[in-house]
Write a protein that binds this ligand. Structure first.
Ligand SMILES: *Cc1c(COP(=O)(O)O)cnc(C)c1O
Length: 385
């Protein structure tokens, strides 16, 4: 493209989008890819067969539009969510999109949009501000300032910011990406109690990986009509390529989303693939426990190696203790290990991989020369060397 065309396009573009950067996690072909929190395990053979059959079965009818209401899929999602949380959820409370990013876009478009405000608490999911700005909303970068740690979110602090900004929609993320830790439900309830005219979205993309005893905001749905909980099949279900995200909310909230979605937004194959995956959830979700073991191994070992891991309820770990995170990111990549620089000084984020991938990451990190570290290399004690 010529400079003249670039200048022309810049003039044609919406003023509020000029100078914005697009989402851009690197997609590099390296041996160990631990940068976008995908499930590290391939789809099992039995599930591949079921998905292939489901797609073949619907191919003949592709001359027709898909079921616009994706009713069968919504019923399947409701029964899965009921099973996972122990909270009864019905199909009328369910909504889905091409990834939970699209579901979040529906929410922001319907309840915020131009001239309205969205509040989130950085560092959190990088798509929350991008989706909000895309929809024309004003993004308010809330802060985390809890007394117990830099990444914690205290109820009083969140409530004060909600009262100050009176946003139309607030994003909470639990377990939080990129920090990894789940929120106490009292924080969610405090926000709901303080802001009756605000839609409260709890992004639970990693809920299936939470440590035992971590409650889901799904349990609050019956009490709060302004609460929306979003989930995805991209992580625990090993279905990032299938693009299926969903939410649970009051049926009236779901009804409002019909105003902003494009008709037939979920293709017939997408619905068929998601239903086949849900029907085979036992084998797809079997690897979640294995991934949690590697996650816990990473947290433990990172501490032993003299870095500062953040406790994780997700399939990734944020760790500090790096002198220069960009230099360490490159040095790990030079050893074939791709992790994520999430823009937090002295920190990197790494996805829990297979046992072999996790070993490759830990070895590559251990091999970094001393100047990469903020803390001295710990002297090995007993078995850990
Ligand atoms: C990965 C992720 C998503 C999922 O996005 P999809 O569009 O469903 O693939 C949503 N929220 C958070 C916090 C995530 O990390």
């Amino acid at each position: 493209m010529t400079t003249a065309t670039a200048a022309l396009v810049a003039r044609l573009l919406r003023e509020d989008l000029r100078g914005q950067t697009a989402y851009g996690a690197p997609q590099l072909d390296v041996p160990v890819r631990l940068n976008t929190n995908e499930n590290s395990y391939a789809v099992p053979v039995a599930v591949i067969a079921a998905i292939t059959e489901a797609v073949a079965d619907c191919a003949r009818d592709l001359n027709r539009y898909p079921d616009r209401e994706f009713s069968a899929l919504r019923a399947d999602l409701a029964s899965w969510l009921t099973e996972q949380t122990g909270v009864p959820v019905v199909a009328e409370q369910m909504w889905a999109g091409n990834g939970s990013n699209e579901v979040l876009h529906h929410l922001v478009t319907a309840f915020a949009g131009p001239g309205r405000a969205v509040l989130g608490f950085t560092p959190a999911y990088s798509m929350h501000p991008i989706i909000s700005r895309t929809a024309g909303s004003t993004w308010i970068d809330g802060h985390r300032g809890a007394p117990t740690g830099v990444f914690d979110l205290a109820a009083a602090d969140v409530v004060a910011q909600v009262r100050e900004h009176r946003p139309n929609l607030v994003f909470l993320c639990s377990p939080n990406n990129p920090t990894g830790t789940a929120l106490d439900l009292d924080v969610v309830e405090a926000v709901l109690g303080a802001a009756a005219d605000t839609v409260v979205v709890v992004d639970e993309a990693y809920a299936e990986f939470a440590r035992p005893g971590t409650p889901s905001a799904i349990s609050l749905l019956a009490a709060y009509p302004t609460l929306v909980v979003t989930r995805t099949m991209s992580k625990a279900f090993a279905l990032a390529g299938g693009r299926l995200g969903y939410l649970a909310a009051a049926p009236e909230v779901v009804d409002a989303l019909r105003l902003v979605r494009m008709p037939y937004h979920l293709s017939t194959p997408t619905q068929a693939i998601a239903r086949a995956a849900l029907a085979h959830r036992a084998s797809l979700l079997a690897e979640v426990e294995a991934i949690k073991i590697q996650r816990d191994r990473m947290v433990e070992r990172l501490g032993v190696l003299g870095f500062d891991p953040v406790p994780s309820d997700a399939n990734f770990v944020l760790f500090g203790g790096l002198a220069d995170e960009a230099a360490s990111w490159q040095a790990l990549l030079d050893q074939g290990v791709l992790v994520r620089d999430v823009g937090i000084a002295h920190h990197l984020r790494v996805t829990a991989g297979t046992p072999e991938e996790t070993t490759a990451f830990l070895s590559a990190l251990e091999a970094l020369p001393a100047p990469h570290r903020m803390h001295p290399v710990p002297t090995p004690q007993g078995a850990s060397a």
